[in-house]
Design a binder for this molecule. Structure first.
Ligand code: FE
Length: 182
């Protein structure tokens, strides 16, 4: 008798479980990271970054904003300037080369870097003649020559005629738009 009465009690939960599981057609929840949640430590993936591709790179402002960290984007695409003596390379003496932090284009060799009192990393020559391009800059009431990346046109800094021999040039760059490679 006990076995007969117990059979339905065991069957009903199994049927309920089957019905409930077959109705649950929604996919498991996924985590979506909002762009606003990005921090400097979570450097976004930049599929356009290359240290070997020297062909011109033209992207929309919206794409640059998506693939660059906020601080690199502000200097590279909006021409901002980091504070003197605040960047990671102004007094750095490592041996290697410096590339554009926006696109990877090789810009300077460390043996062209010199100790400058200006507070920004300074070089007396570029790695290749077309590593950078030049633009007239008359902002802030000054006549200066802006230096931009030869591949992606990112703002890098300015060049002045008070550098050391053999060129007499001082490429005054923002650390934030440089990537050092030993
Ligand atoms: Fe670049």
């Amino acid at each position: 008798m006990n076995q007969i009465f117990c059979r339905p009690a065991r069957t009903v939960p199994l049927i309920l479980l089957f019905v409930l599981s077959s109705c649950n057609a929604a996919p498991p929840p996924t985590t979506i990271q909002k762009p606003g949640a990005m921090t400097e430590k979570q450097h976004p993936v930049n599929p356009y970054y290359s240290r070997t591709d020297t062909t011109s790179l033209t992207l929309s402002d919206a794409v640059w904003k998506e693939v660059l960290s906020p601080s690199v984007y502000e200097v590279a695409r909006h021409g901002s300037t980091e504070h003197a003596f605040s960047g990671k390379y102004w007094d750095y003496e490592g041996t290697g080369s410096y590339s554009c932090a926006a696109c990877g284009n090789r810009l300077f060799r460390s043996d062209a870097k010199f100790a400058s009192s200006c507070g920004w990393p300074s070089f007396f020559e570029t790695l290749r003649p077309n590593s950078v391009l030049y633009r007239k800059d008359s902002s802030f009431g000054m006549a200066r020559t802006e230096v931009v990346c030869g591949r992606c046109k990112a703002h890098l800094g300015h060049v002045f005629d008070d550098g050391p021999a053999p060129t007499g040039k001082r490429f005054c760059m923002n650390s934030i738009v440089l990537d050092f490679e030993p």
